[in-house]
Structure formats: C-alpha cells, structure tokens
Design a protein around this ligand. Structure first.
Ligand code: AMP
Length: 542
C-alpha cells in the first residue's frame, strides 16, 4: 500500500475561534442578554474573552475530560463558554432548561458535571437542585457584578474573566477526544447522552457551511433562534466562527415581536429554528403588516414544516423555507431540501409540495431505508421503512450506556419512518412510535396534520392513533383554531389531501397542545390523555 504524503494535523474546536480571530477579527457578534442589554463585540474580542475564561476554568481546576454544564440562552457569554471549555480539552455539556427538574438533575449527575455556568434566568432552578448535585464543585453566573444574586457560592462571570490576562495558547490534543455533550429529549426512559468529538464537530461545521447545506460564509448574517442547548444550535456557533459570519444571538427573547425587531435591526439573511418559533414570527409579521426585507432563507427543522408556512414565507416575504432534518445523534444535520434549479422551475404550488420533503443527504451522511429485518427497501418514493444513517458526525453509541438497540452493523437507527426517491429525496412519514396502524394499514400523522394546517384558521394540529374497538387503532385529530371548525368542510378538505379512510373519526378543538422541551408536539401526552376516547364512545353507543 502506498501512503499519501500529507501532514497529519488535528482539527480542534479551538481552531475555529483562532481562525476567526486571525482572519475575521473585526467581524461582529450581537448578543441579547437576559439582563436586557444588547452587546456588540468582534471576533477578536470574543476570542480574547474565551481565552480569559479558559484561564479561569483551568485555575479553578477544570481538567481534560471534565464535563462542564451550561444552563444558558444564546448569548456571547455562552458562546465563549463553548470555545473555552472545549478548547481546554474539557467537555461542553449544554443542558436544556426546559426539561423537567428531575431530568436536569439526572443528566448533571450522569455527566458528573464538575462545574455549571448559569444564566440569571435559571438561578432558582439551580438553587433548588444544588443539594442533589454532588459532582458540581463551583457555579458561575453568566452576568456582571451589578446583577449577581446574593448567594455566596455563586461566582461572577465578568469578574472572573476580568482577573485573567487572556494571553493563552490553546492546547493541542488528539481530535477524537470528546468536546461536547448533549442529551436527547427522549420521551421514554432517561435522556440519553450524545458525546461529540472535536473531529465530528469540525467536520459537521464544515459540512453545514457548504452551499449544498446551509451556505454560510463571511458575508452571512445568521440568526440561530434554535437554542444553544438544542444540539448546539444546530452547529451554527461553530460554523459562524469557521467563516467569520455575522452572528446574531437572541438571548431569551424568542417571541415574534422581539425576533422581528432583531431581524430588521441586524439585516439578517439566514434564520434557523423549529416550526413553532416561525409560527410566532409569522403571526407577528401578519398582524403588523411587516415584510422581511433582507432574509434570504429560513431553515426549519426539528419537526415537519407545514405547507401553510412554506407558502406564507414564499408569498408574503419572498423567502425560501429550507426544510432540514436532523437529530441530536447527528450533530444534527442530516438532510436539507434546497432550491435546486429543478425545484425552482416548478409552479409555486407544486414546489411547495416538494418542499414538504426533508431533502437530500448532506455530503458525508449516508441514508438507508430498511425493514424490520435490516433488509434494504427500494428507493421508489412510496415504500416506507425505518430510516438508518451513518457518517462521521453520527453517534456510534450513547454516553455511559450499554443500550445498543439503536445501533446495527455500523448504522444508526433513527426511529423515524421515511421514504426515499430514486434521486435521493427523503421524506419523513412519521416517528416510529407515532405512526398509526389502522386495520393493518399505516397512516401518516404528519400528512394528516399538514392537510389540516392548510384549512383556514387552524393554527396547530396534532394527530395520534388511539385504541379502537374495531380497527385496533384509529386517528384522532386535535386542533388549535380561532373557532370550532366546520367538521364537514374540514373533512372534505382533508379528503383532497389523503385517502378517505385516513380521515380521523373525531376532530376535537383544544385551547393548546403540549410540547416537549425541544418544541415538538408531545404526542405521548396526548395519547395518554385521550387513550380511551374511542373505546368510551363505543361502549356508550352499544
Ligand atoms: P432531536 O434529537 O430533538 O433533534 O429530535 C430528532 C427528531 O426530530 C427526528 O428523529 C425526527 O423525528 C424529528 N425531526 C427533526 N427534523 C424533522 C423534520 N424536518 N421533519 C420531521 N421530523 C423532524
């Protein structure tokens, strides 16, 4: 065998911030703080402050391989923590504060976090959990002296870093070392940890920037509304440093009015978030007759994008909604549905229907559809099966877990059910556990929800399969709407989109729907609540 004659260099997360510091020193980051202020700083300043933080953490005893937890919004301080902790060789453990306190306690203890970096919003939470967190040696509040809570144990972030000079060289170490840790919001059992390496993180960031993915470069002005505690804000903090992109961090202000103001003020051109966030933004824009002027693309993922949203972004704002699919286990980028020439040549309605699909794999990710016996299924756009993935930024096991049930011969079983076309277009049919089996046939809850969302005045829809005397399971639809929808008209509308026998036996108007910590519909809760809905009706009818 003839070896290539190229250098072997590690690719580390510290290289990203160093690159930004050296080549895009004057490019900027805008950060909205919990305290209310807005901070604007350059990559030079960000890099310096990250080094000061790295020095503080090292002085406080943080070592290679230690987990350091963060409970924080998207701000420059959180971003500095990303670079400082991983740059030192420790592990940035981002904690989702929307999880139940018992889950937060579980994951901090499971990761054995040595320290916590906490935004003011979560001080009460940390006070309550403190006695149950034996591994935590110290807690830093991500704020300045004027806003510090009185607790003597808490250390002040700005004071700490101000006491360091920041003249610091990032250490070099193998790039397969752990860099960051994220727990999935799994709805059954304990949350599971996904442990990213430096290599996987940098590879993912490079992939995310490419034009066949999110197309991020030095002229980009990006607003990750997706939180830095949800799969590292989909890798945007790393991608921004890699390219020197202008990064806009919204802090805790994720409502339509605040986002709209920030988008206009910063002339952002790329926005990223889950569908519920865009529902809020679109509501606000509609009510106030605002047209987004500078936005080129909005990326949506985490849950299926509804047709009405795709249409409204296109027709009211001239914005292409990029539908992306991914998972915590995929760092998270798996597929994107981009405006290819073939797609843009279609008439608008035909194009919107294509945009409902989750897209093509990003280079580096391989997809396969398999049956229950791990046999490959055809890519004919119709046959659906379990979606498997593999690639350099896909998890190969869970952190401190011997549960191998999702891993099979080098593939990761996503738990999603999908179809693929011959030219590689993937569409999620459902989550494995959410797909509805009625009289032995499958019904896609996502298709039904999408159809309902294109009916006037319906804001949100949720379809679950619940036990039925005759059919085993039948779909039940819950809708959030301005008023009780006309059942007949809604049924006729659904019949234009799906097979008649898919149409739910009952459509129930509700005030709101439950969501998980990552903004997905919590179908488990709905199923539990409506468990015996059809069985009860049956016994009343008999
Ligand atoms: P998480 O690990 O919290 O990011 O959740 C990953 C799961 O979210 C996937 O396995 C899918 O079930 C779902 N998901 C992510 N993106 C999409 C999408 N674009 N359409 C439908 N479901 C999605």
């Amino acid at each position: 065998m003839m070896q290539g004659l190229m250098m072997k260099r590690h690719v580390l997360i510290s290289d990203l911030i160093q690159h930004a510091e050296l080549h895009y020193a004057s490019h900027t980051i805008v950060s909205c703080l919990v305290e209310g202020a807005q901070v604007r700083l350059t990559y030079r300043e960000l890099a310096h402050r990250s080094k000061q933080l790295a020095q503080s953490l090292a002085r406080l005893g943080v070592r290679h391989g230690d987990c350091v937890g963060t409970l924080a919004w998207n701000t420059h301080r959180h971003l500095e923590a990303y670079f400082a902790i991983s740059g030192l060789g420790a592990i940035t453990h981002t904690i989702n504060p929307r999880l139940f306190p018992e889950q937060i306690e579980y994951i901090i203890n499971h990761a054995e976090d040595r320290a916590l970096l906490v935004d003011l919003s979560f001080v009460d939470l940390v006070r309550t959990l403190r006695p149950m967190l034996p591994s935590v040696r110290f807690i830093i509040i991500l704020s300045d002296r004027d806003h510090m809570p009185p607790d003597p144990e808490f250390m002040c972030y700005e004071d700490l870093i101000a006491s360091e000079h920041g003249d610091f060289s990032w250490p070099d170490f193998p790039d397969d070392q752990a860099a960051a840790l994220c727990y999935t919001s799994g709805t059954t059992g304990h949350p599971k940890g996904v442990l990213y390496s430096h290599y996987s993180t940098v590879m993912h960031a490079m992939a995310a920037c490419r034009n066949d993915a999110l197309g991020i470069g030095p002229a980009s002005r990006i607003l990750p509304v997706v939180p830095m505690f949800h799969v590292c804000a989909w890798g945007t903090p790393y991608a921004a440093a890699l390219t020197g992109a202008h990064l806009v961090l919204p802090g805790p202000f994720l409502d339509g009015a605040s986002l709209s103001k920030l988008i206009e003020q910063e002339r952002t051109d790329l926005l990223l978030g889950v569908p519920t966030v865009w529902l809020g933004l679109l509501d606000h824009l509609r009510q106030h007759k605002i047209r987004l002027a500078h936005v080129r693309q909005v990326v949506v993922g985490g849950s299926a994008a509804p047709l009405a949203m795709i249409r409204e972004f296109a027709e009211s704002h001239g914005i292409f909604l990029v539908h992306a699919w991914g998972m915590t286990e995929l760092s998270p980028l798996g597929t994107v549905n981009l405006p290819t020439p073939e797609l843009m040549a279609l008439a608008p309605e035909a194009r919107y229907l294509q945009q409902l699909k989750q897209g093509r794999a990003v280079f580096g990710i391989e997809l396969a559809i398999m049956d229950d016996n791990h046999q490959r299924l055809p890519h004919d756009g119709k046959t659906f099966g379990k979606l498997y993935v593999r690639g350099p930024w896909v998890a190969s096991s869970y952190f401190r877990s011997d549960d191998r049930s999702s891993f099979h011969e080098g593939w990761f079983c996503t738990g999603d059910i999908a179809t693929m076309t011959a030219d590689g277009m993937m569409q999620i049919v459902d989550r494995d556990k959410d797909v509805i089996k009625s009289g032995g046939e499958w019904i896609s809850s996502i298709d039904l929800e999408n159809a309902a969302l294109s009916f006037p005045d319906i804001h949100e829809a949720c379809v679950v399969g619940i036990p039925h005397q005759r059919w085993g399971e039948r779909p039940l639809m819950l809708v959030v709407a301005d008023h009780e929808p006309d059942q007949g008209a809604l049924r006729d509308h659904l019949a234009q989109h799906v097979a008649r026998w898919w149409i739910p036996d009952r459509i129930v108007l509700v005030e709101s729907l439950p969501h998980t910590a990552t903004g997905k519909l919590s179908k488990k809760t709905v199923r539990e609540q409506f468990q015996d809905y059809y069985l009860r009706q049956h016994s009343e009818e008999v």
